[in-house]
Design a protein around this ligand. Structure first.
Ligand code: UDP
Length: 424
């Protein structure tokens, strides 16, 4: 079977920890690798954004195809929208040139979903979509954040036209039903996978030595893309509330585009008198991250929303307990009181309270650590990859039965679809 993965706005080979390079990049690459190992032929389509090869063989059975759409340089995600019709046209041309074509189109994020919907329609293929984040949900999660109505409108039509929708958590599935009117029969919940060969506990004292950290004093860790939705400011305020002052808080992630947010956090730490306790590490590659997770006593995920939250699972795989917001996918990955704590409020006090409990109790941490390692088996890629392959089979069957849900009787016209994306 040949699969076209579509990741228009960000390349799965881009360095992680930038503003637009996080969980989805990891997911698309790792899923594609797993499918390729299973014998599928996989092409990942992304926008050409530099002097890079048009077609790159990433692994046996796996290629990255860079599609011309707009300037061949990095541009803001919001600007890519205007180049989506060109992205679709060039992707279609490439797809039609491939002997045997594709059997399934699997799109990631709404922008790719837009192109994937049209391509699937034109090539008469099943369209599997995964949103990763949803505009409506982002707007509800964080007061003041406003995703454009255009995005939400498109998400709605993409969801209703998809042959299958994959959600990483049952919470996201519920939201798609409730706010987007998605068809329950089209939905499949499959958790994200994590590379459990890479994310394993490493020797704590070696980890601390490598990272130039004190051998015994508490180490707290945050990892991610530095963006507002991640709630890092809650964590900075929470650690400022701790009675002890012998801790180090490591903040991992963020490139030059996150400079202003980093400056805000630095100012916040300075105002709280804890500048000496907070270390900004910048973006760190996946290969090195297990050392960070292994060096830390607790990993904190104070996000306003996470559709899955890979970081929490990576930390638990390395035997590090997690203190996380009780939101989105975190509810189904972190087991409250067993592998970490889930905090129902987005405010520092309750985070500080649970951090005190864990930091003051090494035995509890050890228990949580063992439970955390046991709990992540279900996220092993070899299992997750097979589930996704089942979804492809189900989508093909559904497509062949001709039961693709049409949103309205007006049919589906390419011109109207293109006009809608350009009407901003
Ligand atoms: N990540 C990384 N280096 C960094 C920051 C983040 O490799 O400096 C990775 C992290 O290990 C995880 C992903 O980026 O695999 C973030 O995924 P998550 O689901 O936690 O958040 P998202 O990016 O989807 O919002």
């Amino acid at each position: 079977m040949r699969i076209a993965q579509v990741s228009a706005h960000t390349s799965p080979l881009a360095p992680l920890g930038g503003r637009e390079t996080g969980g989805m990049n990891v997911y698309v690459l790792e899923l594609s690798r797993e499918l390729a190992r299973l014998g599928y032929e996989v092409d990942i389509f992304t926008r050409l954004d530099g002097e890079l090869p048009r077609v790159e063989q990433v692994a046996p059975n796996l290629r990255l195809v860079r599609i011309e759409a707009g300037p061949p340089t990095p541009i803001e995600k919001e600007e890519i929208v205007g180049h989506l019709p060109e992205f679709h046209r060039n992707m279609k041309r490439f797809a039609e040139e491939q002997p045997g074509g594709y059997d399934v189109i699997h799109s990631h994020y709404w922008q790719s979903g837009w192109a994937g919907t049209l391509l699937a329609r034109e090539l008469d293929l099943p369209h599997v979509v995964m949103f990763h984040t949803l505009g409506e949900v982002k707007n509800r999660a964080r007061f003041g954040e406003q995703e454009p109505r255009l995005r939400i409108r498109h998400e709605r039509t993409i969801a209703r036209r998809a042959t299958a929708i994959i959600t990483a958590s049952s919470h996201e599935r519920l939201l798609l039903e409730r706010y987007y009117g998605a068809d329950p029969a089209a939905m499949h919940t499959v958790p994200c996978g994590v590379d459990l060969e890479l994310f394993q506990p490493r020797d704590r004292s070696i980890a601390r030595e490598r990272l130039d950290l004190p051998a015994e004093a508490p180490v707290l860790l945050w990892v991610g893309r530095l963006e507002k939705l991640k709630g890092v400011e809650i964590l900075v305020d929470a650690v400022a509330e701790l009675e002890r002052r012998d801790f180090t808080l490591l903040i991992v992630g963020g490139d030059e585009r996150a400079a202003s947010m980093r400056a805000e956090l630095e100012a916040q730490a300075a105002a709280a008198g804890i500048s000496a306790n907070v270390r900004f590490e910048g973006a760190v590659s996946h290969d090195v991250l297990p050392w960070y997770y292994s060096a830390a006593d607790v990993c904190v995920v104070p996000s306003y929303y996470e559709s899955f939250g890979l970081v929490a699972v990576e930390a638990m795989a390395c035997g590090t307990p997690v203190v996380a917001s009780r939101v989105g996918g975190l509810v189904s990955t972190v087991i409250d009181g067993v592998t970490g704590y889930l905090i129902p409020w987005r405010c520092p006090g309750p985070f500080a309270e649970k951090l005190e409990v864990l930091l003051g109790n090494p035995e509890l941490r050890a228990n949580f650590s063992r439970a955390a390692q046991r709990s992540v088996e279900r996220f092993r890629w070899s299992t997750v990859g097979l589930h996704i392959a089942d979804v492809y089979d189900a989508a093909r069957e559904r497509h062949m039965r001709g039961r693709v849900i049409q949103e309205d009787a007006g049919g589906f016209g390419k011109e109207a679809w293109e006009a809608a994306i350009l009407a901003r």
